[in-house]
Design a protein around this ligand. Structure first.
Ligand SMILES: NC(=O)c1ccc[n+]([C@@H]2O[C@H](COP(=O)([O-])OP(=O)(O)OC[C@H]3O[C@@H](n4cnc5c(N)ncnc54)[C@H](OP(=O)(O)O)[C@@H]3O)[C@@H](O)[C@H]2O)c1
Length: 294
């Protein structure tokens, strides 16, 4: 196992793939992703985000936790957002892993489909750290059903966070973010690979791409703030796995070659958060092992 791989697993509370499975990081039921150290991975010693403050939404576990720990490893202090009080213990574990990287962490809960909670998230960030430099919006919600069966309540739940929440998080971010800031949304590769039963999820996430382009166009380029959306393919987390049948997982895995892992996605966010990404702006960047070819 490579040094970087060992450090990443250790940061997530596991020391091996088996350990990761045991801690619920990886599902034993589906083919396991091949994990190797990507060329873009930064060394833990770089700490090029020292002095910066990052908000990561939906960071109680999974991708959000991976982003939070990676940004902390680069030196950023992290605001760990989580949705529901029932998951506070998971968010506390993310905060512990952030602090293990030598960074500071605070926890802020809340339903981000409500603008008041978005403002509170930024207010508490300001109270604790006095600034915000990086916003990674990883919170999202899924309903997988035929369009004919989706209820108004289900639509409102996913649209509330995937579209409305995204819009107002971006609005609050641009009101408060420091020069050289980074706004990074987590979208979906379904934008470019329409398959049945994801209409409300993919359709409400699709707004991210447009909001991203629109906001990037409105920012004075001299401020060096970038706004981008990443569009991951199927990543082996419960978010992807829970609504799928074993047959569907097998079919998707065939198309993607393999399922993605949290470690496959994190380096892209690390790069977008870094100073090196300064000329990457207004983009939707697909990351899926070739699952879609847009
Ligand atoms: N896993 C994949 O295959 C995949 C692929 C492409 C894109 N993505 C995107 O990646 C992001 C992270 O997914 P993940 O796989 O890491 O799953 P995850 O851990 O379940 O992430 C989703 C997070 O969003 C939170 N959330 C949901 N509704 C919210 C609301 N109204 N207000 C605030 N927070 C809310 C969830 O909290 P609760 O669970 O407590 O509600 C959860 O922490 C999502 O935006 C997802 O759409 C995932």
């Amino acid at each position: 196992m490579s040094q970087n791989r060992r450090q990443f697993l250790s940061a997530l509370g596991a020391t091996s793939v088996a350990g990761a499975i045991a801690t619920g990081q990886v599902n034993a039921q589906v083919p396991q992703p091949v994990r190797s150290t990507p060329a873009t991975a930064r060394k833990p010693t770089d700490r090029e985000l020292s002095g910066k403050v990052a908000i990561v939404t939906g960071a109680r576990n999974n991708l959000g936790r991976g982003f939070a720990v990676a940004l902390a490893r680069q030196g950023a202090n992290v605001v760990v957002h989580y949705h529901r009080e029932a998951t506070k213990n998971q968010a506390e574990e993310t905060a512990r892993l952030v602090r293990q990287q030598g960074a500071k962490a605070i926890l802020v809960p809340g339903d981000l489909s409500r603008v008041a909670n978005i403002k509170r998230l930024f207010d508490e960030t300001n109270t604790a750290f006095g600034r915000v430099d990086i916003v990674v919006h990883s919170a999202g919600s899924l309903v997988k059903k035929p369009m004919a069966e989706i209820t108004e309540a289900e639509y409102d739940r996913v649209a509330g966070i995937n579209s409305k929440g995204t819009f107002f998080i971006m609005q609050e971010a641009i009101r408060r973010i420091a020069d050289n800031g980074r706004i990074i949304n987590v979208g979906t590769s379904l934008l470019a690979s329409t398959i049945g039963n994801y209409s409300a999820y993919a359709g409400t996430k699709a707004a991210m791409e447009d909001f991203t382009r629109a906001l990037a166009r409105e920012i004075d380029w001299k401020r060096n703030i970038t706004v981008n959306t990443i569009a991951p393919g199927p990543v082996d987390t419960p978010f992807f796995r829970d609504p799928e049948s074993p047959e569907a997982i097998a079919a998707i895995t065939r198309l993607a070659g393999r399922l993605g892992s949290i470690e496959d996605i994190v380096p892209l966010v690390e790069f977008l958060a870094s100073p090196q990404s300064r000329w990457v702006n207004a983009q939707t960047i697909f990351i899926n092992g070739g699952y879609v070819t847009r």
